[in-house]
Design a protein around this ligand. Structure first.
Ligand SMILES: Cc1ncc(COP(=O)(O)O)c(C=O)c1O
Length: 467
């Protein structure tokens, strides 16, 4: 290491050894910690100096503060009892990849600014595509599904025939319409905001009794919009919705999209990982017809935040919408190799491919599939316990690893109290959602360290506190 660095080589090695020791101990003792942090608002801010250090501080003291001050204020996403939202858990290979990427600090904006970073990204995303059983297409890493969806819909908006959005913006154009189900993730609505469609530009298509988009309602919404002079341009189907993990009928939606010449984007941010397990490949039925698809390895593939993948059969439309290359970014290799900055919004791009490459190699397809299959088994087992208890009702199908349920005779306040009581144990963390305007408890399995006994413990706590 250079003497200009804050650490010399020996200091770095000593500090890194200690940090790794502490981390391994952290992972090994996770279960003894409360999943949800118990600190009060403002606690860490009050404990830390309000002004920055003027002089260099010794690394030992900095690490002491990390483990003594910061860690107690963490909610432990890697905790085996973390059963809330969609779990994002990290793994040894993922952490190692993150460490190495930070050390190399390669910027994968142009092929030239780190050829290996660009080429590894192309290789690893092609591997993942094969693992998920998707047809050959282009893949590019974004930070989050929110960004992947925004990029896809930017391309879709740019490809609307007869409009020159790139040149003229939306001024003077007829209102554009985007469609997604009422159960679609809020990132779709955010994309509508960012793209200048406004909230009215997103049509929330009704769902059926199993929380799946109704193709007949989609078709009639498109028809009504056309008759009113609006311009339908894209539809987002979700394979694994945030509340219930419902899977929209993508084959039927794809047929409508094709007939109506709409861009079809599939949000498989959570559900896509399930396709790695052959018995769960139904999750991506029809997705090969999509113009674009997002899947998040940082959700159910044990890859640390952040890493989202956007696949598209129309990379030229993404480039046409977003590529902007000032003179100083032009290189002699431009005609021979892709510059991945052309397929996103940010210029600088972290070397995220490295951690995914390490995860895919260290687990192998089989290793990932086994874990995902087990998570689905655990969720189904939990569901069977809820179903067998007359005090509870299961309120949605559970095609993957999330279960929605509630106290049959309890109002929202009573159900909320049950979640709060169970979460106060510190042993597990469950979240909630709203279905048919009622508060619903939700348990989702997806953490690398979650075993049957953790899910069983969640059920014991629920059953006890249900009274
Ligand atoms: C179906 C779905 N899409 C998109 C997202 C947003 O993901 P991100 O946080 O990567 O933007 C989520 C988050 O849980 C999700 O469940």
């Amino acid at each position: 290491m250079s003497e200009r660095d804050a650490f010399d080589g020996a200091t770095f090695r000593r500090a890194a050894d200690r940090a790794l020791d502490e981390l391994v101990r952290y992972w090994e003792t996770l279960e003894a910690r409360p999943v949800l942090s118990r600190v009060s608002p403002g606690a860490l801010r009050a404990a830390l100096p309000s002004a920055p250090p003027e002089e260099p501080e010794p690394v030992e003291r900095i690490l002491d503060d990390v483990f003594q001050q910061v860690v107690p204020g963490l909610t432990h996403w890697n905790h085996p009892g973390f059963l809330a939202y969609f779990v994002s858990s990290s793994s040894g290979p993922g952490v190692l990849g993150e460490l190495l990427a930070a050390a190399f600090n390669a910027n994968a904006m142009l092929w030239r600014t780190s050829p290996a970073a660009t080429e590894l990204e192309l290789v690893v995303l092609d591997w993942l595509r094969q693992m998920m059983g998707l047809p050959e297409q282009f893949g590019v890493i974004q930070d989050t599904a929110s960004l992947s969806t925004l990029v896809a819909l930017t391309a879709a908006r740019g490809a609307v025939p007869g409009l020159d959005v790139r040149g003229q913006g939306l001024a003077g154009s007829p209102p554009l319409r985007l469609y997604a189900s009422q159960e679609a993730h809020s990132s779709v609505e955010k994309a509508a905001l960012v793209l200048g469609l406004g909230q009215s530009g997103l049509v929330k298509v009704p769902v059926d009794a199993t929380f799946r988009m109704r193709p007949d309602a989609l078709a009639s919404a498109i028809g009504a919009d056309r008759r009113a002079g609006r311009v339908p341009f894209a539809v987002v189907a979700t394979a694994g919705t945030t509340s219930t993990a419902s899977i929209d009928p993508v084959p039927e939606i794809a047929a409508i999209a094709q007939r109506e010449r709409l861009w079809l984007h599939v949000d498989a941010a959570y559900g896509g990982a399930a396709a790695i397990e052959p018995s769960l490949r139904f999750v991506l039925a029809g997705a090969s017809a999509a113009d674009s698809l997002v899947v998040n390895p940082h959700k159910w593939m044990f890859t640390p935040l952040d890493l989202s993948v956007l696949y598209t059969r129309r990379p030229e439309d993404v480039r046409a919408a977003l590529s902007l290359v000032p003179d100083y970014l032009q290189t002699p290799a431009d005609k021979d190799a892709p510059n991945l900055m052309d397929y996103g919004i940010a210029l600088g791009r972290r070397f995220r491919a490295l951690k995914l490459w390490m995860v895919l190699r260290a687990f192998g397809r089989r290793g990932l599939a086994e874990r995902i299959r087990e998570h689905v088994r655990l969720a189904q087992l939990f569901r069977s316990w809820v179903e067998a208890d007359a005090r509870f009702e299961v309120v949605a199908p559970s095609p993957l690893s999330a279960v929605c349920f509630r106290l049959r005779d309890g109002d929202d306040t009573r159900n909320q109290r049950l979640i709060d009581d169970v979460n106060a144990s510190g042993e597990v963390f469950l979240s909630h959602t709203r279905l048919h305007d009622r508060l619903v408890l939700r348990l989702a399995v997806g953490g690398l360290r979650t075993e049957e006994r953790h899910v069983r413990r969640a059920w014991e706590l629920l059953a006890t506190h249900a009274g």
